[in-house]
Design a protein around this ligand. Structure first.
Ligand SMILES: Cc1ncc(COP(=O)(O)O)c(C=O)c1O
Length: 489
């Protein structure tokens, strides 16, 4: 414990005053354990008797309590000093801070936390085997991984495994040299803005689109150019005539609508990028799990011009807490991306990378993928059945062909008030999430984005029954209020 002694009077009094002041300003927590008298004496280079006298002094004043056999603890802390007024009044110290203050906390998984049935998009699959498998991989990796700084680009073993995985499952011919390990898609997006954009430049983002991409672009000081999507993916006719610095897209599974970009649109997008000499940032999320047919090939597989920066993540198929993802960089940009990564954090944790490399190489990942696909299919089916039975004609949706969420649109003929339904469901213990916040340029149609990974089929069924009750109550309320069937909401 580092204490600032004031040099006034006997040492034991100086030590007690310093501990009291550390409690007052919050450096020591009320109720927290204090160092033993032996540790305190060693750290402050005082005798053990002096340390004991300091604790006795604090105990006499009721500031420290001793528990036989378990040491000394801070009692309730004296009233905290008021926070410094500077913290509240300070203006942003940089343009970046100013923009960052405009961005809400967009962490996934916090809105309806604590609700019994939370249909939160982005929740990982609750897989009982994974913690045990991962614990073994980590222990193994910890035993042989170098404790020195990792290579900023990522561990070679992991990059090789990812290059093989991409060739086999995504049809991308690449080598470990082109792969860069990053801590999540979010870091890949951040690095891409640094490497490709200057503040004031523009970036195309799908509308509706991924909030993480929007905020990365905004924080960097670049301008978001929303381009609409339809059932065929990004509407290429809506691309700007002036060169954007990058185009962020989710061709294999549009976020949030779930559509796959058509071959025609892909060809048009690649042609556009070549003609305007710009870059495509392909977010290949949610493709590991596909239910009815193999996932479509990524843009990067058809990119003969080396213009596509391909991003993949382990957040969906393993766990978002891992913070491991990768990007495949065009040759001409590779060293810029590696330099940006090095500047950012000098590389991802080597033990986690080594554990993942072995998980991929040993076949454990393949088994996991098969298990997760089975579990997710059962969850998806439970949600489809539950919604169809319980919400009748009020919502329409396509069965998801991949991934972990479903988009249900409120039918134009429904009299339900969606916000009211979300509130009523939350009161009844079901977390629902509107689609509207994912629209950029115009107000989105009323709909729900329902994540099904985080709950077992029986829980999903239960949640849908509760939802059915809320829908019935909502319909009755609208009848009483005299809302006509085609009211625009
Ligand atoms: C479109 C999209 N891409 C990527 C991700 C994963 O992001 P990360 O790898 O930073 O966890 C998400 C998470 O929900 C997402 O919705």
């Amino acid at each position: 414990m580092l204490l600032d002694l004031d040099g006034r009077g006997p040492i034991y009094q100086q030590v007690s005053r310093a501990i009291e002041s550390a409690l007052r300003n919050g450096r020591l927590a009320a109720g927290g354990r204090l160092p033993s008298t032996r540790d305190l004496a060693q750290e402050l280079k005082i005798s053990r008797n002096t340390a004991r006298a300091a604790y006795d002094n604090l105990a006499a004043a009721g500031i420290v309590t001793g528990r036989p056999g378990s040491g000394s603890f801070a009692a309730t802390a004296p009233a905290k000093a008021p926070p410094s007024p500077r913290a509240a009044l300070l203006a942003p110290q940089s343009a970046f801070s100013r923009r960052a203050r405009e961005i809400p906390d967009f962490s996934i998984g916090y809105m309806h936390r604590g609700l019994r049935f939370n249909l939160q998009y982005g929740e990982p699959l609750t897989d009982q085997l994974l913690p045990d498998l991962w614990r073994r991989e980590l222990a193994r990796a910890a035993a042989y991984t170098s404790l020195g700084y990792p290579v900023a680009q990522g561990l070679l073993d992991l990059r090789e495994q990812i290059a093989r995985y991409l060739a086999r499952r995504r049809g991308i011919a690449t080598t470990a040299d082109d792969v860069i390990i990053v801590s999540g898609t979010q870091q890949a997006l951040s690095l891409a803005t640094r490497v490709l954009l200057d503040p004031g430049d523009s970036a195309v983002i799908e509308d509706p689109g991924y909030f993480g991409a929007c905020w990365a672009v905004h924080a960097h000081g670049a301008r978001i150019v929303p381009v609409p999507v339809d059932r065929h993916g990004l509407v290429t006719d809506g691309l700007p005539a002036r060169r954007p610095g990058l185009i962020y897209t989710t061709p294999s599974h549009q976020f949030p609508l779930g559509f796959v970009m058509s071959k025609r649109r892909r060809d048009e997008l690649l042609r556009y990028a070549r003609r305007l000499d710009t870059w495509i940032l392909e977010d290949d999320y949610d493709v590991e799990v596909s239910f009815d047919a193999p996932p479509s090939l990524p843009l990067r597989a058809a990119d003969t011009d080396d213009r596509v920066i391909h991003i993949g993540t382990f957040s969906k198929i393993l766990a978002p807490s891992l913070r491991l993802a990768y990007l495949v960089a065009p040759r001409s940009l590779r060293s810029d991306f590696i330099a940006a990564k090095r500047l950012c954090d000098m590389g991802c944790s080597a033990i986690e990378q080594a554990a993942l490399a072995h998980f991929l190489a040993s076949g454990g990942f393949q088994h996991h993928l098969r298990r997760v696909t089975r579990a997710l299919r059962a969850r998806r089916n439970a949600l489809i059945a539950g919604l169809s039975q319980q919400t009748g004609h009020h919502f329409s949706f396509d069965a998801p062909t991949a991934g972990m969420h479903l988009v249900a649109m409120l039918s134009p003929r429904s009299t339900l008030d969606l916000d009211e339904l979300i509130r009523a469901a939350a009161k009844a213990g079901v977390g629902l999430y509107p689609l509207a916040p994912h629209y950029l340029a115009k107000k989105g149609p009323p709909g729900l984005l329902l994540g099904y990974a985080g709950m077992a089929p029986a829980e999903i069924d239960r949640a849908c029954r509760i939802l059915g009750t809320c829908v019935q109550a909502g319909v009755q309320a609208s009848v009483q209020a005299g809302v006509p069937a085609t009211t625009s909401r």
